[in-house]
Design a protein around this ligand. Structure first.
Ligand code: GDP
Length: 506
C-alpha cells in the first residue's frame, strides 16, 4: 500500500499571482519546461491556440489577448508532485480566481522589477492573506532596467505589511545580469564564473552585507503563517532563477493544509477521502459537450472507480473517469492524493462548492459567491428559444460564468457579473454552444444582497418588495436595489433581517 503521509508530504499545490504583463505566462512555461511537462517553452500557448480554434467563446480570449480559462497543470520536479492552478488574468473573472485560490496551499507572486507592486498583485495578495496562504516572491525581468532592489524590497514589505527575506540576490543588473547568488545555500547560480575583481561581484559583496544587517533571516514558521515572503530574483524570459524557485517550493513549499468544514477541520493525512469542487468548466472539448468539475482532494486517497458520497444531494456515485491534466493532455487518474486536483466529467450533478466524501456528512466552507455589481436583463432575440435559453443560462451559471437571478414576478432572467467582459463571454458562449442569440438590457438595479431571517418576516419582506426580489440558482432570495443609499434604507428599516454581500456556497 502506498504510504499516504509520504505521498501527501510531496504534494505542492500552488498558483501564480501577478498583475498582467509581469510575466506569469512566461514563468509558467519555464516552470513546466523545468518540470519536464513540456519539451519546448511556448507549447502552453501553442496548445491554447489549437484549443481556441475549436471553440467560439475562446475567440474572445484570442481577440483580447487575455486568458479566461482556469486550469490545472500537474508535473513532477525534485521528487515532488506539483499542481499548478492557473488563474484568469483579467479582473472581470476575479470570482473564478478567488475560488481557485481556495484550492492552493501556496502562491508565487510575480513582480515586474521595474514596476514593483501593481494594483492587481495587491488585490490577489489580499485574497491570499485572508487565508494566510504562504507567498513566495519572484522578482522578474531582472535582465532589464529595474528599480533599486532595496527600495523594491522595502515597497513589498511596507505596502503589503509582509516581512521580506531575500533567498537569492541578483548578480549584475539589466544587460549585465548574469545570474544569482543563492543566499540560503551560499552558492552562485550562474552560467559563467566571474573573477573576484569583477565589479558585479564586488557590488554583490557590499549588498549582501547590507542585506544581513537590514533584513530578517528566513523563518519557517513565519513563512508558513503567511507573514514572511522569501524573495527570488530572475528573468523568466532568460530562464534565470526559475529552478531556484522550484527548488525552494520543493524544499520548503507547504504541503497540503487542513481544510475547514462547517463542523470540523479536515487534515490532509486522514485516511478517508474528501474532496472539494472549486471550479466547473464546460465544453473544454465542444465535440464531446463535456463538463469537467475540478476537485481538490482534501484528504486521503482518491482511486478510480471508488464510490463517493455527494454531500449536497446525499447521493452516491462512482468515480469512473477522474483525470489528471498535464500541459499537453489529460490522463485517467488511477490514484490521487490530498493536494492533487482531478477533473471529474459529469453532466451537471456537480456544482462549485460541493463536497465529496467516502461517507461522512461534512461540507467544506470558504468558496464564496460575491454580490455582483452589474445586473442586466437578458433579452432573447428569438422567443421560440426561451426554454433553451433557460437551460443554457442554468448550465453556464452553474459553471460560474455569471450569476443567474430569476425574478419572482416572472419577468425575464437577470444576470449578475463583476465585470462587463463576463457578459461578452456569456453572449458568445450562448451563441456558440447553444445557438441562442441574446442581448442585455439595463435594469434599475446596481446592488444585490442575499437576505435571510425568520421565515414569517422574510416572507413579509419578500411580499412587500416583489419587484425587487429574485431567486438565485439555489432558489435563495436576493434583494436588488438601485443604489447603496436605497439599500441602506431597506437594511435600516428591517433590522430583524440579514442582508449578505457574500454567500458561502457548498
Ligand atoms: P503575463 O501577462 O503576466 O502572463 O506576462 P507574459 O508572460 O505574457 O509577459 C509579458 C511580456 O513581458 C512579454 O512580452 C514577455 O516576453 C515579457 N517578459 C516576460 N518575462 C520577461 C523577462 O524576464 N524579461 C524580459 N525582458 N521580458 C519578459
Amino acid at each position: 500500500m502506498t504510504d499516504l503521509v509520504a505521498e501527501i508530504s510531496r504534494r505542492r499545490t500552488f498558483a501564480i499571482i501577478s498583475h498582467p504583463d509581469a510575466g506569469k505566462t512566461t514563468l509558467t512555461e519555464r516552470i513546466l519546461r523545468a518540470g519536464g511537462a513540456i519539451q519546448l517553452a511556448g507549447n502552453v500557448r501553442a496548445k491554447g491556440e489549437r484549443r481556441r480554434t475549436r471553440s467560439d467563446w475562446m475567440g474572445i480570449e484570442r481577440d483580447r489577448g487575455i486568458s479566461v480559462v482556469t486550469s490545472v497543470m500537474t508535473f513532477e520536479y525534485g521528487g515532488c508532485v506539483f499542481n499548478l492552478l492557473d488563474t484568469p488574468g483579467h479582473e472581470d473573472f476575479s470570482e473564478d480566481t478567488y475560488r481557485t485560490l481556495t484550492a492552493v496551499d501556496s502562491a508565487v507572486m510575480v513582480i515586474d522589477a521595474a514596476k514593483g507592486i501593481e494594483e492587481r498583485t495587491r488585490k490577489l495578495f489580499e485574497i491570499c492573506r485572508l487565508r494566510d496562504i504562504p507567498i513566495i516572491t519572484f522578482i522578474n525581468k531582472m535582465d532589464r532596467e529595474s528599480q533599486d532592489i532595496f527600495s523594491l524590497l522595502d515597497e513589498i514589505s511596507s505596502s503589503l505589511a509582509l516581512d521580506v527575506t531575500p533567498a537569492t540576490w541578483p548578480v549584475g543588473r539589466a544587460a549585465q545580469f548574469v545570474g544569482t547568488y543563492d543566499i540560503f545555500n551560499k552558492r552562485f547560480l550562474m552560467e559563467e564564473e566571474l573573477p573576484q575583481s569583477d565589479e558585479r561581484i564586488i557590488q554583490l559583496g557590499e549588498e549582501l552585507e547590507l542585506v544581513e544587517a537590514a533584513l530578517p533571516p528566513f523563518d519557517r514558521e513565519s513563512f508558513d503563517a503567511g507573514h514572511l515572503t522569501p524573495v527570488f530574483f530572475g528573468s523568466a524570459m532568460k530562464e534565470i532563477g526559475v529552478t531556484s524557485l522550484l527548488d525552494a517550493l520543493a524544499a520548503f513549499g507547504p504541503s497540503p493544509r487542513a481544510q475547514e468544514t462547517e463542523t470540523r477541520k479536515v487534515n490532509a493525512d486522514e485516511e478517508q477521502m474528501t474532496a472539494l469542487i472549486f471550479k466547473i468548466q464546460a465544453n473544454m472539448d465542444p465535440n464531446h459537450r463535456d463538463r469537467i468539475a475540478f476537485a481538490r482532494v482534501c484528504s486521503g486517497t482518491l482511486t478510480r472507480g471508488m464510490r463517493v458520497r455527494h454531500v449536497r444531494s446525499g447521493k452516491q456515485f462512482a468515480l469512473h473517469t477522474p483525470q489528471f491534466f498535464f500541459a499537453r493532455d489529460r490522463q485517467l487518474a488511477e490514484e490521487a492524493f490530498a493536494g492533487d486536483v482531478v477533473g471529474i466529467p459529469n453532466h451537471g450533478t456537480l456544482r462549485i462548492g460541493d463536497t465529496l466524501t467516502e461517507r461522512e456528512d461534512i461540507r467544506f466552507t470558504g468558496v464564496p459567491h460575491f454580490a455582483p455589481e452589474i445586473l442586466r436583463r437578458v433579452r432573447l432575440d428569438d422567443a421560440m428559444k426561451a426554454k433553451k435559453l433557460r437551460q443554457a443560462l442554468t448550465e453556464l451559471a452553474e459553471e460560474g460564468v455569471v450569476q443567474l437571478f430569476r425574478p419572482q414576478d416572472g419577468a425575464a432572467p437577470i444576470v449578475g457579473v463583476v465585470g462587463t467582459l463576463q457578459l461578452d463571454v456569456l453572449q458568445a458562449r450562448l451563441q456558440g454552444e447553444y445557438g441562442v442569440s441574446v442581448g442585455f438590457d439595463t435594469t434599475p438595479f446596481s446592488l444585490a444582497r442575499w437576505i435571510t431571517g425568520e421565515r414569517g418576516l422574510l416572507e413579509k419582506f419578500i411580499g412587500a418588495n416583489r419587484a425587487a426580489i429574485v431567486d438565485d440558482l439555489d432558489g435563495d432570495p436576493v434583494f436588488l436595489s438601485g443604489s447603496s443609499f436605497m439599500m441602506q434604507r431597506s437594511i435600516d428599516a428591517n433590522p430583524e433581517l440579514k442582508f449578505h454581500a457574500i454567500k458561502q456556497i457548498g
